[in-house]
Design a protein around this ligand. Structure first.
Ligand code: KG4
Ligand code: ZN
Length: 355
């Protein structure tokens, strides 16, 4: 089955052609970073307008790279949410019109589920149950996945996403956008033990995460030590801050991941999303996997950040089960991944009510 994937939830306009959910024939990503850089973050209005201009050439390039014509396609998979509404609308409207024109089915995909599927494209069949850390600029969640298509949200950030924390820290330090890769590069030349930034403690004892305190700690450190944002080349002091900040942030992610892994005993670990590009995070996750004697799966760099191949892969999973959407498919900014525990509690509550 040949599926065209379309992704436009944030600031990447992407299209890909994937055969049978695993074979990536093409994957085109137009990154809008250049358009948002001057603002230090994604501007939703600019993002939506640029998607509108780029969606058609990006899809055409994906078909050309895959050496297929639109008539060869069996279905279209599109990111339905979560994301920015203006951005999502462009992809959803385009994909619906495209599928309607060809008379082929369309399926809506949860963007976060797409990140989970990003590891299935390049790795041997992933062992389940898996524990997945999905960590990007917009989301930071840990899911327990008994099998593909079933997700229990077992940990989430209470405030900022980890990528967002990287981005905000880089902005404070005068380093530009996006912050993650810049901080990672500077951290290589910095002393990670120089400053002891705190790791958040969640007062109700849940294995949740929090990164806004870390951001405040950085602001306080800069104020108390009269550190000015970098202006051009970063000083050794800034490199030490970058390394220490990255260390604390990864410690915060791994604290929850490790605790849940010990609790749930998964057969594999998954780390995906834009922040999964970070090699220090990969090292920490690999160390944990070694300790647990289970494999850990990461997407390649191309599939870590937002892309449409992962959307096509996830879409194929549902299409193969005969599931597709109607033309009333609507973008959904707050789309959630099914929460098994909540569902179970709701079922229980309904059962009690009937009795
Ligand atoms: O998955 P993604 O492309 O978009 C969202 O869905 O948010 O992730 C983008 C995020 C940005 O916050 C960026 O700073 C972060 O991923 N990121 C990194 C690295 N590369 C990208 N964070 C840490 N280290 C990296 N090497
Ligand atoms: Zn993403």
């Amino acid at each position: 089955m040949l599926v065209l994937g379309v992704e436009s939830s944030c600031d990447e306009t992407a299209a890909a052609v994937v055969r049978d959910g695993r074979e990536m024939l093409s994957s085109v990503i137009h990154s809008q970073i250049g358009s948002h850089m001057a603002w230090g973050g994604v501007v939703p209005e600019i993002a939506a307008r640029e998607h509108l201009v780029k969606i058609e050439p990006v899809v055409e390039k994906a078909l050309e790279d895959a050496n297929v014509s639109a008539e060869d396609l069996d279905a279209v998979a599109v990111t339905q949410g979560p994301g920015l509404i203006g951005s999502l609308l462009v992809g959803v409207c385009y994909a619906k019109a495209f599928a309607y024109g060809l008379g082929i089915p369309i399926v809506g995909v949860n963007h976060i589920e797409g990140h989970v599927f990003s590891v299935t494209l390049e790795n041997p069949p992933v062992e389940f149950p898996a524990l997945a850390l999905i960590v990007s600029g917009g989301h930071t969640n840990i899911f327990y996945i008994p099998r593909l298509g079933e997700y229990e949200l077992v940990s989430r950030t209470r405030d900022d996403a980890a990528g967002e924390a990287f981005d905000k820290a880089a902005k404070m330090l005068g380093l530009g956008y996006p912050g993650g890769p810049i901080i990672e590069t500077l951290a290589l030349e910095g002393d990670a033990k120089k400053i002891r930034f705190p790791t958040a403690k969640i007062s109700d004892g849940r294995p949740d995460m929090s990164f806004s305190g870390l951001k405040t700690a950085l602001a306080r450190y800069m104020r108390e030590n009269a550190i000015l944002p970098a202006n051009g080349d970063a000083s050794q002091e800034i490199k030490d801050i970058a390394a220490s900040f990255q260390r604390a942030l990864i410690r915060g992610l791994m604290k929850s991941f490790e605790r849940l892994a010990a609790d749930r005993m998964p057969q594999s670990l998954i780390v995906a999303g834009g922040v999964a590009c970070n090699l220090a995070l990969r090292d920490a996750a690999s160390e944990l996997a070694e300790k647990l004697r289970v494999p850990v799966y990461f997407p390649s760099k191309h599939l870590s950040t937002d892309n449409a191949a992962m959307i096509a892969a996830a879409g194929h999973f549902y299409l193969a089960q005969g599931r597709s959407a109607g033309l009333d498919l609507a973008a959904d900014v707050t789309l959630r991944l099914q929460n098994l525990r909540t569902d179970a509690l709701e079922r229980e509550a309904k059962g009690n009510y009937r009795r």
